[in-house]
Design a protein around this ligand. Structure first.
Ligand code: OKV
Ligand code: MN
Length: 240
């Protein structure tokens, strides 16, 4: 029994080598697993399930083939693909999970999330997040035609690249007190998240109890997978 976790692939038509590595992972690794968890930022951008780009269709079909083999696929939104909706989930055969979710991972209660909500020091990002997660603002956004949504996406992405270059690395990492707070809140001793692109397994303490914070890696230069069995979890890479 193996459970797989991935995040931060940032799939886009401009990087076909990442998509190829991911599709190979779905064909060769994932069918041997008992579940696959995608913890956000699978896509670099997402402006609606109705976009229907060749990339979206290719990924949905590959997920569906895996799900038809009986492998459950779970998806938590990232900060980039937070608009992935029920239509894409259904076409992919995947289950959408809420932004914070506790699973039983081989007997260990484990909190899983994307990780952007842990970066509370990045106040600019948290302000932006509050706006684009507002249901009324999303409802208005979805009423815009696709070409307008695409243009807004391009504009916001250009502005964000500029502002991120001015932010310190510290601000873009998780806040340690927020990590402890959410873990205590959920009553877990294990947390798995992505987003920061700093793959690592951190041994921490919650009060007197030993605990782990596992950070998934991005797929910028290689595939990155967390493989968990009853023996434990290991971070692995997959060459492009
Ligand atoms: C996603 C991020 C672009 C970060 C816009 C309302 C608005 C949704 C949206 C537009 C952008 C997602 C949906 C994208 C994430 C970026 C740049 C930085 C840091 C509105 C609802 F503005 F009209 F109100 N968006 N896209 N960024 O291009 O996929 O996460 S996106
Ligand atoms: Mn992210």
């Amino acid at each position: 029994m193996t459970v797989l976790f991935i995040s931060d692939l940032h799939l886009s038509p401009t990087h076909p080598e990442i998509t190829q590595c991911f599709l190979r992972f779905l064909k060769e690794d994932a069918p041997k697993a008992s579940a696959l968890y995608v913890l956000g930022d699978l896509f670099e951008s997402w402006i609606g399930d109705d976009d229907g780009t060749p990339l979206q269709i290719e990924v949905a079909d590959a997920f569906k083939a895996l799900s038809d083999l009986g492998i459950p696929i779970y998806f938590i939104h990232g900060n980039r693909d937070f608009l992935v909706g029920k239509r894409f989930a259904k076409a992919s055969g995947m289950t959408l999970l809420p932004e914070h979710h506790v699973i039983d991972l081989f007997g260990k209660p484990t909190l899983i999330m994307h990780g952007d909500t842990l970066c509370i020091q990045d106040e600019g990002y948290q302000r932006y997040r509050k706006k684009v997660h507002n249901p009324l603002i999303q409802w208005l956004f979805f009423r815009l035609p696709l070409f307008v949504r695409r243009r807004i996406g391009e504009k916001i992405r250009a502005g964000s690249t500029k502002s991120n270059m001015e932010k310190s690395q510290d601000i873009m990492d998780v806040d340690q007190s927020e990590v402890l707070r959410v873990m205590k809140d959920s009553g877990v001793t294990q947390l798995i998240h992505g987003h920061t692109h700093r793959p690592d397994i951190h041994d921490i303490r919650i009060g007197n109890d030993p605990a782990q914070r596992i950070v998934l890696g991005d797929w910028y230069t290689q595939g990155s997978v967390l493989v968990c069995t009853e023996e434990g979890c290991t971070l692995q890479t997959r060459a492009f």
